[in-house]
Design a protein around this ligand. Structure first.
Ligand code: FE2
Length: 206
């Protein structure tokens, strides 16, 4: 398969009859123990801490979901044994857009760019990043230029992406004990947009 064709292939397709939230939770259960980049916590721990920080900040449910799922792209790339050719934010957002609205998808799509925005606009932000987070700038890109800053700030979900970015930056505490993944099942289920011919049976909170 050509590289272009592979990029068009949906990653980790949800099997017929499988609820997308089941697919999501299964992916975290199966691959969440992977190390979160060069940080000293797992992908799952990082996701749960991010979501808990959002919840503690009284963020709306879609933004809590975005915080939980913001690095899904890493797991999807791991799931198909690929070296990243695309930014994980793009990969995760594209998969989630099958099921979730822009209030979940867009902060995720923008969360890597939000780091570059904060570096450009907030004195001291760069100095507060972990060495691993600074290192990832080598492929994510440096501070946004002035025209890029203006374009980013004007995007409808820029503020949410910046909020998510700040939880992302803090969610690296190996001793934190956030709620488990199951804590977010009902929240995610309520946010799923069933397509007209939904292949799954939606469950609602009982
Ligand atoms: Fe992250």
């Amino acid at each position: 398969m050509s590289a272009a064709a592979l990029l068009r292939t949906p990653v980790h397709a949800v099997t017929a009859g499988e609820h997308p939230v089941d697919a999501l939770l299964a992916l975290y259960a199966r691959l969440g123990a992977q190390r979160y980049g060069m940080e000293s916590i797992s992908q799952l721990a990082h996701a749960l801490q991010s979501a808990w920080l959002a919840e503690m900040a009284a963020a709306p449910d879609p933004l809590i979901a975005a915080a939980l799922l913001h690095d899904l792209g890493h797991l999807l790339q791991e799931d198909r044994h690929e070296a990243p050719r695309e930014d994980h934010a793009t990969v995760g957002a594209r998969w989630l857009a099958q099921w979730f609205g822009p209030e979940v998808v867009e902060p995720i799509r923008l969360h890597a760019e939000a780091k570059r925005y904060l570096i450009a606009t907030e004195p001291g932000y760069y100095d507060g990043l972990t060495p691993a987070s600074r290192h990832s700038l080598s492929w994510q890109g440096a501070a946004l230029a002035e025209d890029e800053r203006r374009r980013f700030a004007a995007l409808p979900y820029a503020r949410d992406a910046v909020a998510l970015r700040r939880w992302d930056d803090r969610a690296k505490d190996p001793s934190a004990q956030p709620p488990p993944l199951s804590h977010y099942r009902a929240l995610l289920e309520d946010l799923v947009n069933p397509p007209a011919a939904a292949p799954f049976a939606l469950r609602k909170r009982g």
